[in-house]
Design a protein around this ligand. Structure first.
Ligand code: 5GP
Length: 254
């Protein structure tokens, strides 16, 4: 990390620094893991390196099929160059199978296939614990316009189709995921792009054959080693060489 870089923002899992050109930022992935609104915390060695790689993989795939994202290029093990965007203060969650909060709220058994992908919005506010909000709330409080909402649903569903297909190809079920969306202004026009990150921190990923969880629920529910689970995802996607045991330690070859 360059020492005299200007920090723009620090979140729970990432830091944003000023980028080399106007309109760009550098996104640094930390090893910190938090859950339940930061009540549970730990440092998972190697997580930042894995999420930097995995987010690069998903975002550059989305860019390649015409789904706009903030991602420009990866710079090194922990950093990527991104476009600076005006963040919309919402989390967009897309669900294919019931799990987590929808199972709790509506009493649906985890793993039940939903009749169609369901898109939900949550207002990003740590003090309130990111409450679920309706389109009525979003428009009434001016967080986004009706056009933005239509575009956010369309983006969420396109990301879902891409991610579901990629994951199915490596034997993983995409149960649900969260994305965040930002605005980019081009002259007087705005365009919505996928921002933040797409990684096992913000998805539920279950092995199709065994049901093994390969996402942040491993940490939330104390189900084992989180870095091992993320390494497995990266390995299956070909993001890491097949013989890499741990991305942060040298591999002995004999
Ligand atoms: P749930 O509403 O069931 O807790 O979460 C639905 C999906 O969105 C899960 O894949 C979960 O990981 C993701 N998600 C929801 N809220 C957050 C959040 O604040 N941070 C992260 N990293 N992921 C979230």
């Amino acid at each position: 990390m360059a020492p005299r870089r200007t920090k723009v923002y620090e979140g729970k899992a990432k830091i944003l620094y000023e980028g080399p050109e106007p309109g760009t930022l550098i996104q640094y992935f930390k090893d910190d893991a938090t859950a339940f609104n930061a009540q549970k915390k730990d440092v998972i060695e190697g997580k930042g390196v894995l999420n930097n790689r995995l987010s690069e993989f998903f975002m550059s795939g989305l860019n390649a099929i015409g789904v706009p994202t903030h991602f420009i290029r990866r710079l090194n093990m922990r950093e990527q160059l991104i476009r600076s965007v005006e963040m919309i203060p919402l989390e967009v969650v897309v669900r294919n199978y019931a799990a987590g909060s929808i199972s709790k709220r509506l009493g649906i058994e985890e793993g039940t296939a939903l009749p169609r992908p369901i898109v939900e919005f949550y207002y990003k506010d740590d003090a309130l614990g990111d409450p679920m909000v309706s389109e009525e709330h979003i428009i009434a409080f001016g967080w986004a316009s009706q056009q933005d909402l239509d575009d956010m649903v369309a983006l969420g569903l396109r990301v879902n189709d891409f991610m579901s297909g990629v994951m199915m190809g490596v034997g993983i079920r995409l149960v649900d995921f969260k994305i965040e969306i930002g605005r980019i202004w081009e002259n007087d026009y705005q365009r919505l792009v996928v921002a933040d990150e797409i990684s096992p921190d913000s998805c539920r990923l279950w092995d199709i054959e065994t049901g093994r969880k390969l996402d942040k629920d491993v940490f939330r529910r104390d189900l084992g080693n989180l870095a091992d689970a993320y390494t497995e995802v990266a390995r299956r996607l070909g993001v890491l060489p097949r013989n890499a045991n741990n991305v942060t330690k040298p591999t002995l070859i004999n």
